[in-house]
Write a protein that binds this ligand. Structure first.
Ligand SMILES: Nc1nc2c(ncn2[C@@H]2O[C@H](COP(=O)(O)OP(=O)(O)OP(=O)(O)O)[C@@H](O)[C@H]2O)c(=O)[nH]1
Ligand SMILES: [Mg+2]
Length: 437
C-alpha cells in the first residue's frame, strides 16, 4: 500500500518548547509518511495562524513536493483552516484531528469507540457552525430569495448541526450507562476489600509494559503513541492485601479539549485510586522527563485529582547509565513521594517498586477477633483471608480466636458485623514498629 505523505507545520512562540519530534511521532503512529517539517517560531496571525510570509514560503514548498496532507500544530480555528486550504490548495488538518485519527484506529472497546465518536463530533461542531455563518453571510449579501426565509444549503447545514447535537447527547447517555456499570463493578471491588493502584503517565512511557510485568496481564504494548485507550484492572500480588493495578489511557501536552471531556470518566478512574503509579520514560532527555512529568501533574489537577499518594517509576533505565538515572531522579524531585528507577521490559527493580507502593497503601493494624464456631464464622474467616493477612488461629472449646492484619476499612466493616467486644486492636510489637501504627 502506498503511504500517505504529510508535511508537518508547527507554530510556537519563542518561549514554548519544541514539540516537533512528538508531532512526528504522532504522525507516524497514524501511519503517515512525513516528508517535511516546518518549525515556525514567532508571533501568530489571526488570518492563518502563522504570518503571511511563512504561508507563502510553505506554499512554494508544497507546490514542489506535493504532500497529500498538511498537519498543523497546535490547533487551527475553522476560518484559518479554510484559508490555509485555499492558499495551499491541499488538505489541511490540525494536531487535534491527527490525535483523533490515532484514537480512532486504536479504539477497541465499545466505550472508547463512543468516546472517540463524541470527541470527533464535538470537534466538528464549531466547523459546521462556521460554515453555517459563512453561508448566511453570503446569502445576506446577495438578493433575498423570494418567498423563503432560508436557502437550501443553510437547511442542510442546520440539519447537520442539529444531527450532531442529538448524536452527542445520545452518546453521552450511552457513556453514562457504561460508566455507571463500571462504577458498580468498582464499588463491588472496594466492598470486597480491594485496594486500587492506578497507572498514569505520558503516552508511551511504558505503563502497559509495567502492567504486564507486575500482574502478568496481556494488555497491548506498542512503540507508537496512545496504544491503550481503555482501562484494564488486574490483580497485583501483595502480602495480605488484595490490590488491583489499573492500566489506562496516556496523557499528552495540550490534550484536545474534546478528548479530555470524552475520556473524562476513563481518566477519573485514577481519581478513585488509593495510590497513583506515575510512569515516566527515563530514556527521554532530562528536560523532556521534567516537561512530561509536569504535563501529568497538570492533567491530575485539571481532572480534579489531589491528595492521592504518588509513586514515580522512572522507567526504561536499561537504556541509560547510572549518572543519567541520578540526574533524572533529581529532575523528578517533588513530583511524587518517591522515585524508583525500574525497567518494566527487563523486570529491573520491580520488588522495590512494589514495596514502596505497599508502604503508601492504607496502614494495616493487627486485630484479635473472637468468633463462635459455626458456618458463618468459617465464611467470615475465609473472607478475612481474602481481605487481609491472617497470622494466627487459636481453636478453643467452642470458639476460634483469629489474629489478622487488616486495613482500617476492613476493621470498620467487621465492627459493624460483630458484637463490639469480639474485635480488639492489638498494640504494635516493639520489634516491628511499622506494624499497626
Ligand atoms: N527499553 C525499554 N523499553 C520499554 C520499557 N518499558 C516499555 N518499553 C517500550 O516502550 C514502548 C511503549 O510501551 P507501552 O507499555 O505500550 O507504553 P504505554 O505507556 O502503555 O503507552 P500508551 O498506551 O501508548 O500510552 C514499547 O515499545 C515498549 O516495548 C523498558 O523498561 N525498557
Ligand atoms: Mg498502554
Amino acid at each position: 500500500m502506498v503511504s500517505t505523505t504529510a508535511l508537518l507545520v508547527q507554530h510556537r512562540f519563542a518561549r514554548d518548547p519544541d514539540l516537533l519530534e512528538e508531532f512526528e511521532a504522532l504522525a507516524k503512529t497514524a501511519e503517515y509518511n512525513v516528508v517535511g517539517t516546518f518549525d515556525v517560531v514567532g508571533p501568530s496571525s489571526a488570518r492563518f495562524g502563522i504570518k503571511g510570509g511563512k504561508v507563502e514560503e510553505i506554499r512554494i514548498w508544497i507546490e514542489a513536493q506535493k504532500p497529500d496532507v498538511v498537519f498543523y500544530s497546535p490547533g487551527l480555528k475553522s476560518s484559518q483552516m479554510y484559508r490555509l486550504k485555499e492558499e495551499w490548495k491541499t488538505d489541511v488538518r490540525d494536531r487535534v484531528q491527527l490525535i483523533l485519527e490515532i484514537f480512532d484506529r486504536h479504539a477497541r472497546t465499545p466505550q472508547s469507540k463512543l468516546q472517540i465518536e463524541q470527541a470527533r463530533l464535538s470537534y466538528e461542531l464549531p466547523f459546521v457552525r462556521h460554515q453555517l455563518k459563512e453561508h448566511l453571510d453570503k446569502e445576506r449579501a446577495g438578493p433575498r430569495p423570494v418567498g423563503r426565509q432560508v436557502g437550501p444549503g443553510e437547511d442542510l447545514l442546520n440539519l447537520r448541526y442539529m444531527e450532531i447535537r442529538h448524536r452527542v447527547a445520545a452518546i453521552e447517555e450511552k457513556l453514562q450507562k457504561i460508566s455507571e456499570a463500571s462504577e458498580l463493578k468498582r464499588k463491588k471491588r472496594v466492598d470486597s476489600g480491594f485496594l486500587e493502584v492506578a497507572l498514569a503517565g505520558y503516552t508511551n512511557a511504558g505503563k502497559s509494559t509495567l502492567h504486564r510485568a507486575l500482574t502478568g496481564s496481556q494488555v497491548e504494548v506498542a512503540a507508537g503513541l496512545f496504544t491503550t485507550l481503555s482501562t484494564k484492572s488486574s490483580d497485583l500480588a501483595m502480602d495480605g492485601r488484595q490490590v488491583v493495578l489499573t492500566d489506562s489511557v496516556g496523557f499528552i501536552s495540550d490534550l484536545p479539549k474534546s478528548l479530555l471531556r470524552a475520556f473524562n470518566t476513563t481518566l477519573m478512574e485514577i481519581a478513585d485510586a488509593d495510590v497513583i503509579l506515575l510512569v515516566v520514560d527515563g530514556s527521554n532527555s532530562v528536560d523532556e522527563v521534567r516537561r512530561k512529568a509536569n504535563v501529568c501533574l497538570d492533567t491530575f489537577t485539571r481532572i480534579g485529582i489531589n491528595g492521592i499518594p504518588i509513586v514515580t517509576a522512572l522507567n526504561k533505565v536499561d537504556l541509560i547509565d547510572d549518572a543519567g538515572i541520578r540526574e533524572r531522579i533529581s529532575a523528578l524531585d517533588g513530583v511524587g513521594s518517591e522515585v524508583v528507577p525500574v525497567s518494566a521490559k527487563e523486570m529491573l527493580n520491580l520488588p522495590t517498586l512494589v514495596s514502596v507502593i505497599e508502604s503508601l497503601l492504607p496502614i494495616l493494624s493487627v486485630y484479635s477477633i473472637d468468633l463462635p464456631y459455626g458456618d458463618s464464622t468459617m465464611s467470615l474467616i475465609s473472607w478475612l483471608h481474602q481481605v487481609g493477612s491472617v497470622r494466627n488461629q487459636k481453636f478453643k472449646e467452642d470458639r476460634i480466636e483469629v489474629e489478622a492484619s487488616l486495613s482500617l476499612d476492613v476493621a470498620q466493616k467487621l465492627l459493624k458485623m460483630l458484637p463490639q467486644d469480639a474485635i480488639r486492636k492489638l498494640e504494635p510489637k516493639s520489634d516491628n514498629p511499622a506494624q499497626g501504627a
